[in-house]
Design a protein around this ligand. Structure first.
Ligand code: GDD
Ligand code: MG
Length: 353
């Protein structure tokens, strides 16, 4: 049995001002009719899986439940975190929930905010990964690294496994290296970017977490031993006080950097983590001047811009390589090469509002 586990607790702060604390990017319809969360679940159609476990923040519960309902999904289990403690605890809660009655299913762990253009190639990669996950490996999906991005985990390929040359031992996993290190990795040609999606048996993950971060596992077990099941919804609430005591750590630092059981499956499926406005420019259709435009926009002598407006007309003349995002209460104008710095506005707002 494969249970998808969709992690939807991130804040998506690099897509401010569209992505907000109360409405983060995974719930936004940035690429079409469906939200990124809905796309994540819909692209599993055709795989032999059961309804997903969704794990998200308490404050987004109705948003999450409504988006599942729109997919006609008998709303699977929705686990609510009182606070975000990053992905290592989130996945631990999902694994504990999936093993409650002694089962040990495969968990297909997915981020809620990725774009994958080629669904069939993605399904094939999952099929390639299953035998290794079955054998007790922690399998991740690797994207051939093409530039020294510092926002990704890097996976150095080890020995090839099996015959199809798509699976490799993980020789080394380094989460978010600095620019220089990332540059060296790229030159060596031996590295994949970690896609942030994983497949493993629930108990394999819990065992590895017990080995490397027993403090995280303990806190999650405490939080999970006192769950509250909502009578009329599918919400599962963990114990707030116990979960507050849990360290904040991603699966990448807590387990993937340390485990000896890592396997990487090459994934070539048009993956993009839509981590910033410039990646939205990259994945969306553009006009003849290479501008990507949403809403009421006038351009003249303007090239390579991403312009998105909710309501007012935006006119851009004689500008290149800009991101302009206009919402009801905030306007962002930023050089396309500086989009990672949007986080600075979010920090500023947190400290000054
Ligand atoms: N439930 C829950 N709780 N979900 C969370 C939490 C949390 O506390 N924190 C993050 N998430 C969700 C996000 O919504 C997203 O879907 C996913 O987990 C990954 O979190 P990000 O915060 O987006 O991680 P990242 O992009 O910095 O890094 C990860 O993804 C990269 C690829 O996009 C890592 O796995 C990197 O190694 C990887 O390269
Ligand atoms: Mg991300």
């Amino acid at each position: 049995m494969i249970i998808p586990v969709v992690m939807a607790g991130g804040t998506g702060s690099r897509l401010w001002p569209m992505s907000r604390e109360l409405y983060p990017k995974q719930y936004l319809r940035l690429n079409g009719d469906k939200s990124m969360l809905q796309e994540t679940i819909s692209r599993l159609d055709g795989l032999k899986i059961v309804p997903p476990i969704l794990i998200c923040n308490e404050q987004h519960r109705f948003l999450a439940a409504e988006q599942l309902r729109q997919l006609d999904l008998a709303a699977g289990n929705i686990i609510l975190e009182p606070v975000g403690r990053n992905t290592a605890p989130a996945i631990a809660l999902a694994a504990l929930s999936a093993t409650t009655h002694g089962e040990n299913p495969l968990l297909l762990v997915l981020a809620a905010d990725h774009v994958i253009a080629d669904k069939n190639a993605f399904h094939q990669a999952i099929t390639n990964a299953i035998p290794y996950a079955d054998q007790g490996k922690l399998v991740t999906f690797g994207i051939v690294a093409t530039g020294p991005e510092t926002g990704y985990g890097y996976i150095q390929r080890g020995e090839p496994l099996g015959e199809n040359k798509m699976a490799f031992d993980v020789h080394r996993f380094v989460e978010k290296p600095d620019f220089e290190t990332a540059n060296n990795y790229i030159s060596s040609g031996e590295y994949y970017w970690n896609s942030g999606m994983f497949i493993f048996r629930a108990k394999t993950y819990l065992d590895e977490l017990a080995k490397y971060r027993p403090d995280i596992l303990d806190a999650c077990q405490n939080a999970f031993s006192n769950i509250e099941k909502d009578a009329c919804q599918d919400f599962i609430r963990v114990d707030k006080e116990a979960f507050l005591a849990c360290p904040d750590e991603s699966i990448d630092y807590a387990v993937m950097e340390k485990t000896a059981e890592g396997v990487v499956i090459a994934l070539d499926a048009g993956w993009n983590d839509v981590g910033s406005w410039s990646s939205l420019w990259e994945v969306n259709p553009k006009d003849t001047e290479s501008n990507c435009i949403t809403g009421d926009v006038f351009t003249h002598s303007t090239n390579n811009c991403y312009i998105n407006t909710d309501e007012k007309l935006v006119a851009a003349i004689g500008v290149d390589n800009l991101v302009i995002v206009n919402t009801k209460d905030a306007v962002l104008v930023i050089d396309k090469s500086k989009v990672q710095d949007v986080k600075k506005v979010v920090e500023y707002l947190k400290n000054n509002q």
